[in-house]
Design a protein around this ligand. Structure first.
Ligand code: SF4
Ligand code: SF4
Length: 335
């Protein structure tokens, strides 16, 4: 079993955190079965967010009886102090708990600091003093904000996208976290569905002993996969190394991670789907990409008014309007 210590928090868990964003998409009863099974099988770290609709509520419903045996991380997207308190109290209520282990600023556009005028960091400190949260974390998709947060010494954990498709700069960020004793929580370890071999994804992560991946889990089959990695962690042997190398060559650096920060689109284009279609066509089951609903979604690319909202909000600096147009052309050809 691979154990991760989340930096200065001292939280020790096995390397399979439960990413609770996808449980929004299943019923409460299904979520309860999944979460109880996860806990019974040894998963003790659960990451959720105020923004994930009823995800917190489902965790509270399923796991409040074992609250002292698990770690809960949640987050708030607010940039206003009164809303921060609102969110925190709602999270505590819905999670049916008196405290949240790690409360994170959810992808803020800047790194909150004491005295910056926003009052956000001061609110976090007050929440910690009151015992409502145990540690202060931040999540982000922007490298500059992430580096600033780690270097500031103000944060106990950083949550950032990380996978074997990450760039050398992102690996540098992981190493900086280790040097600064900041826990690194890895989101998008399967890169928004582009990585289809979870054993390879895990094996890559296993090389970084300070990294805790939170796997987005919605189906029993996915849960089974990660449970099996608790007792039998995949290692990066020759076969997986070759697979990772091939994927890196195919995907290159300029691909859409499906983070959704470019949304909403004023003409309702499903940008994360459209921007990845060429890759999905060749990597995902045909039933997922060639159905009528997806065809309709792709047709909407023609409605683009080139407002550049998506391009201006993409943390990966993608030329999104061009990317979706190229993907649409490819899709038509493929059909
Ligand atoms: S540029 Fe096109 S795709 Fe992007 S937000 Fe504007 S309308 Fe939507
Ligand atoms: S285009 Fe950029 S912002 Fe939009 S989903 Fe893809 S990576 Fe995220």
């Amino acid at each position: 079993m691979d154990i991760v210590t989340l930096g200065r928090t001292g939280i020790k868990v096995n390397k399979n955190g439960f990413g609770a964003l996808p449980i929004q998409r299943i019923s409460r009863d299904e979520a309860v079965v999944l979460l109880k099974k996860a806990y019974a099988s040894g998963i003790t770290f659960y990451d959720t967010a105020r923004f994930y609709t009823d995800s917190e509520e489902k965790i509270g419903y399923a796991l409040s009886d074992v609250r002292d045996k698990i770690f809960i991380a949640s987050k708030s997207m607010t940039e206003k102090v009164d809303e921060f308190w609102d969110h925190l109290h709602t999270s505590l209520d819905t999670l049916k708990t008196d405290y949240i282990d790690i409360f994170q600023f959810h992808n803020p556009s800047f790194c909150p600091k004491p005295g910056d005028g926003s009052g956000l960091y001061e609110a976090m400190l007050e929440a910690k003093e009151k015992g409502l949260i145990r540690y202060i974390g931040i999540t982000n998709h922007r490298l500059a904000v992430a580096f600033e947060a780690v270097e500031s010494g103000l944060y106990d954990t950083l949550q950032f996208p990380f996978s074997y498709l990450s760039t050398p700069k992102e690996i540098e960020l992981v190493e900086l976290c280790k040097a600064n004793n900041v826990g690194f929580i890895a989101m998008k370890a399967l890169s928004g569905g582009l990585i289809t071999n979870s054993a390879a994804a895990y094996a890559f992560m296993a090389q970084y002993d300070n990294v805790l991946p939170i796997w987005g889990i919605q189906k029993d089959q996915e849960l089974e996969e990660f449970i099996s990695y608790i007792q039998n962690p995949p290692v990066q042997d020759e076969e997986l190394t070759e697979l990772i190398q091939k994927d890196k060559e195919v995907l290159g650096g300029d691909f859409c991670r499906a983070c959704g920060y470019c949304l909403p689109c004023p003409v309702d284009i499903d940008i994360p789907t459209a921007a990845r279609m060429s890759l999905l066509l060749r990597r995902a089951p045909a039933a997922m990409t060639l159905n009528d609903a997806t065809k309709e979604k792709m047709k909407k690319v023609d409605d683009c008014i080139h407002c550049d909202h998506c391009k201006d909000h993409c943390p990966y600096d993608l030329d999104t309007p061009k990317l979706i147009a190229d993907n649409w052309e490819d899709y038509k050809e493929y059909l």
